[in-house]
Design a protein around this ligand. Structure first.
Ligand code: HEC
Ligand code: HEC
Length: 489
């Protein structure tokens, strides 16, 4: 990954501000609660015993999906970037690699970069939401599919090198361009130490949001060189990027059901990297109902590999409806999605995110709720995880909120989950997910940092692969059938 792609990833921090989710107020005390205030009685609660807490869908501003795509593909929501005058240099130096363009956009740039003009009038190139929210699958850019190849591990070092290169351009670039470039480089430098997960492929989005909030006045949005709040720890609580095509069903944003109220405003937090005043934020926000409408209209990509036995999938559907549907809903005509979050003690997956590590302290929730974003949206993280819709689940490997489980087969049989694993090239059509190699040693046994980051070590804090044992008691035939059925969603 060249420096340019590295910088692209850097700018991606922008998007992550919208995508963090933050600590609950009183971690232990609230566990087990849920509370009737949280939308029990929502129309679409699944029949049968209530296993989780339903979240009711709140009214949203109307939006235009077609315009939403234009905003995502070419909008200025990122607020800063590298002056476009430098783009041809980067391109001819091969720094763009051979990344494909964005389908539906007339622009030669790789799909994860956009060209736009910032407030100072300088045209810049900066990464867009597709850096994390698109993936190349069998050579095709699939919009909304989670990016799974980003390695932020060497980020702080890359940004240091980048800042050195930027400094060398003083007096070479036009003053306005230089000012934009250094603003961008400074912001990157401020966040870089806080956004380096221990494992490649998982996202630092939540930590990133926290450090951006820490540098910004909630009321005026003005950036402060010095953090105004105590920064989050540099040890990242990892999250797996979720697919966008769930948004047509979901009533909240984020794994812990944290994003509530006006969801367009909640995801607008993406602009906190370089949007430095409320007037600019308000202008950008006006387009975000269109972005939400676009996301809500996206459909999951169908299973592309064929070979699904219809009778087996039908048998799997019956097992699914008995064992899984109370939480994950039913599919096809008349399908119902209950929108429940499940207490972390019940689902048993890694608790770090849900109970609020110090990374997600109440100060960040308070910042958001007292800010421009809090005018219409709010963060209300729960001590549990949303049971997500499983549409297009094949395209979302690895699984669980922290991406700790490489295949559906391992997700549905906890005995099969590797303690230490390394992704291998190619897709495993039978197990549905990443091909992987199970290893004997974890991070403690590997000296080289980039080799270490290639290993998913489930013994690290926040990276655990336990819990969600709802598939363990299925027979092998039932599990195979459920997997066949999941391919059809
Ligand atoms: C740095 C990578 C990154 C970028 C860039 C990014 N996101 Fe995200 N996004 C994430 C991650 C990770 C999550 C999950 C966070 C969580 O739930 O804790 C997420 C969650 C979301 C969700 C909620 C999905 C769900 O199922 O709850 C939406 C909607 C979303 N992002 C929209 C956007 C938009 C719009 C942009 C651009 C303005 C953007 N994201 C940019 C990484 C990113
Ligand atoms: C009691 C509620 C509940 C039941 C029953 C349940 N699940 Fe889940 N499931 C969840 C929750 C909550 C999560 C998210 C956990 C996390 O991310 O830590 C989840 C996650 C998943 C995921 C991973 C989603 C992703 O994007 O990573 C899959 C796949 C899944 N469940 C399939 C199933 C299947 C198949 C069954 C039936 C055999 C089942 N679940 C039964 C609550 C449930």
């Amino acid at each position: 990954m060249g420096l340019w792609r590295g910088v692209a990833v850097a700018v991606a921090v922008i998007g992550a501000a919208a995508c963090g989710d933050y600590e609950r107020a009183a971690p232990a005390a609230d566990v087990g609660g849920g509370g009737p205030a949280d939308g029990v009685g929502a129309e679409d609660v699944a029949p049968g015993p209530i296993v989780g807490t339903a979240v009711a869908r709140e009214a949203q501003r109307p939006g235009n999906a077609a315009n939403g795509f234009a905003v995502l593909a070419s909008g200025d929501y990122v607020g800063c970037g590298v002056p476009a005058a430098l783009a041809p240099v980067a391109q001819s130096a091969g720094l763009f690699g051979d990344w494909p363009p964005l389908p539906g956009r007339e622009e030669a740039l790789p799909y994860f970069l956009s060209r736009f003009t910032v407030q100072s009038g300088v045209e810049v190139v900066g990464p867009n939401c597709f850096t994390c929210h698109a993936n190349v699958i069998d050579g095709e850019v699939v919009i909304g599919a989670p990016a799974t190849d980003l390695d932020y591990g060497g980020f702080a070092g890359q940004i240091d090198a980048f800042r050195g290169q930027v400094a060398a351009l003083e007096g070479v670039l036009e003053p306005e361009s230089y000012a934009e470039l250094s603003r961008f480089a400074e912001r990157m430098g401020a966040v870089a130490p806080y956004v380096q997960p221990a494992v490649a492929g998982v996202s630092p989005a939540d930590n990133l949001a926290a450090i951006l909030f820490a540098h910004r006045d909630p009321v005026t949005m003005a950036w402060s060189e010095e953090p105004l709040l105590e920064p989050p720890p540099t040890a990242v609580v990892p999250v797996d990027v979720p697919p966008w095509w769930r948004m047509g069903k979901k009533a909240s944003l984020f794994y812990t059901a944290a994003g509530r109220g006006d969801l367009a405003r909640a995801m607008m937090g993406a602009s906190t990297l370089c949007v430095d005043d409320v007037a600019e934020a308000r202008r950008m926000d006006a387009a975000f109902p269109d972005v939400l409408a676009y996301l809500e209209a996206l459909e999951a990509p169908p299973w592309p590999y064929g070979g699904v036995d219809e009778a087996e999938a039908a048998a799997g559907e019956a097992v699914f409806e008995a064992e899984c549907a109370d939480c994950h809903g039913t599919y096809g005509a008349g399908g119902r999605y209950p929108n429940v979050w499940i207490d972390v003690d019940e689902v048993g997956t890694d608790a770090t995110l849900a109970v609020g590590a110090s990374n997600f302290a109440q100060r960040f929730v308070d910042w958001f709720n007292g800010s421009f974003f809090g005018e219409l949206a709010r963060l209300e993280p729960q001590a549990g995880y949303v049971a997500p819709p499983l549409d297009g689940i094949w395209a979302t490997a690895p699984f669980l909120h922290n991406g700790s489980v490489p295949t559906l087969r391992a997700l549905l049989d906890s005995r099969e989950r590797p303690k230490y694993w390394r992704r291998q090239a190619g897709y495993d059509e039978a197990a549905v997910g990443f091909r992987f190699e199970a290893l004997e040693v974890g991070h403690a046994g590997i000296a080289n940092p980039s080799a270490r980051r290639r290993i998913y070590d489930t013994t690290l804090v926040g990276y655990g692969a336990g819990g969600h044992r709802y598939g363990d008691d299925l027979t092998d035939a039932e599990r195979d059938a459920v997997i066949a059925y999941l391919k059809t969603l």
